[in-house]
Design a protein around this ligand. Sequence first.
Ligand code: ADP
Ligand code: MG
Length: 452
Amino acid sequence: MSEKTWGQVRNEILKSVGKKSFSTWIEPLRIIDLDEGIAAFEAPTKFMRDWVSRNFADPILHELRKAGANVDRVEIRVADVRSVPANSAGKPAAVQVKPAMQDATDLPGAPLDARFTFDSFVVGKPNELAHAAARRVAEGGPVTFNPLFLYGGVGLGKTHLMHAIAHELSTRRPDLRVLYLSAEQFMYRFVQALRERQIMDFKEMFRSVDVLMVDDVQFIAGKDSTQEEFFHTFNALVDQGKQIVISADRAPGEIKDLEERIRSRLQCGLVVDLHPTDYELRLGILQTKTEAYRNQYPGLQIADGVLEFLAHRITTNVRVLEGALTRLFAFASLVGREITLDLAQECLVDILRASDRKVTIEEIQRKVAEHYNVRLSDLVGPKRVRTIARPRQVAMYLAKSLTTRSLPEIGRRFGGRDHTTIMHGIRKIEELKGADSQLAEDIDLLRRLLEA
Ligand code: ADP
Ligand code: MG
């Protein structure tokens, strides 16, 4: 059976089991085989396998037969976790439909997510600067920094903050024309305007806004004419004293194939980054979301220590964290069980496994060598010149902080050095980091790259 027929069969199953069950149980299934009368599917967890086999095997079989497939048995297996792509792990089994709020004006912006407000944004050390800057922009007062450039890894809250700005402005300053869209949409509209020979309308429209927010601007890197147009729009608005907010997944200086003049323009304003989450922030977010779920699922119990466990184990990004919680509540409410540590471990096995991915010393050495432009062989070799010794110490430092390897083990990977040498290198970097901001930045960047 082709993917296509399975797609059709899924539609039929959707009709028969309803949307909620479908998105929780059927959508995560992957068909892997149809042979000798057995249709085999993969479920992401053991728990789901059992549940689906017990409750949905018959409807699936029924629909498969109706579609003309020669099946007499449906078999659900547990997916081999190694084959689960990293990003699918974050996808909650129960897909929630986000309530979308359409922009009230005639501007062709992207819809705003009604849940992305300042109220629902949990502030912690890693994001407090970005949050404060976003708040300032949302006051709608005179423009103090232009643009506000927010950057950080996936799922750290950039889009959330931008939507929050838009929401806040729509109540505080309903007179302002606020336009939020992704860089991809910007390009799409630009290309469309070119094709339909409406480029003047396009220019006029973009130049008429009071606040322009462009999300994920790294997308236009390497797209020359879009960059060019973006640059002109940008300048025209800045000249008129209009506020611009930009987000990207990295700092302006690190976006490849971005024109130099755009890069320097972007750096002119306030550049703030959202740091990777820390334990306290993750726990705070989980507690806030749990409160919200308590209203949605009254009576559902959650055992002590579960949130702490999740905050400790799922360190990738907030989206994954949220997905885990969503799935957990959906499971628990469907089976009417308390959310315990066991239940969490059982139903989140794929997410927990994926978050376990550990950085290796080899990866660290490779990235550090690349970053400082030194040979890998020199990095682990005996040379003592500073241009090599310093990167080597950085690599030792990262090996200690990003892996669970012991000092003697690290020493062995660095050309058989003694553990005291490693210790010395790590101390040296800790000491220098405080005073040398370039070094601190290098380390921050490398850590980010390695943890991505
Ligand atoms: P990004 O745009 O940086 O990739 P998003 O803004 O889309 O990330 O955030 C991903 C998800 O995590 C969203 O559902 C968002 O609401 C949530 N999130 C991120 N940071 C926070 C936070 N500090 N408090 C509450 N929710 C957050
Ligand atoms: Mg985003």
